[in-house]
Write a protein that binds this ligand. Sequence first.
Ligand code: TYD
Length: 212
Amino acid sequence: MFITFEGIEGSGKSTQVKLLKAALEKIHFDVESTREPGWGRVGSLIRKIILDYDDIEIEPITELSLFCADRAQHVQEFIKPKLSQGKIVLCDRFYDSTIAYQGYGRGLDPEMVKKLGFGAALGIIPTVTFLIDISVNTALSRIIERPGRNRIDDESFEFHSRVRKSYLSLHNKQPNRICLIDGEKDIDSVQSEIRRTLRNRFSIFKRLDKLG
Ligand code: TYD
């Protein structure tokens, strides 16, 4: 089973991935967690180019291609093999990020972005996606204190608003796959909501009940 986490900067995805991994391991599931961009050697080189330099201009189409290259490598070398071993894979960002950021944030043709983004996923579709939604004001106030802010963190209020809007519209179009979670709540409440959704939707997760 492939579970992805999405949201604008500062939405708390990585904390939620960690908590869910720990909870699932407690009830003896075999879980791997990962993130995009930046898996493996190729991924970490690509991540550097995309995020680490504020003194180079990257064309939106170049940025899109780099995220797709990162994904293809990640899927082929890590995600696919882990899924075939029967593991649960939790991934912090996947192709919905590409649609939201490169499609609507950067303003590239959404149809082209969809084709390239899905193509790079090599046929892998998330079983379920948690969209952790916060307001842009909350996002900006959370990331202002973040050490090592990257090139995309530093984008404008309007950019982050377009990304958020795009995520919400993806949820509206695919409410079954993309579950909307209120990320303004405290960490434990967000985690409970995620577990409740998994318990209610998949019988294999009934045992999450025991953890409350
Ligand atoms: P990262 O430091 O991993 O932070 P976080 O995921 O916690 O926000 O930053 C990754 C950045 O890359 C983030 O700003 C979103 C962006 N991104 C895209 O623009 N397109 C993509 O396809 C992906 C996977 C990420």
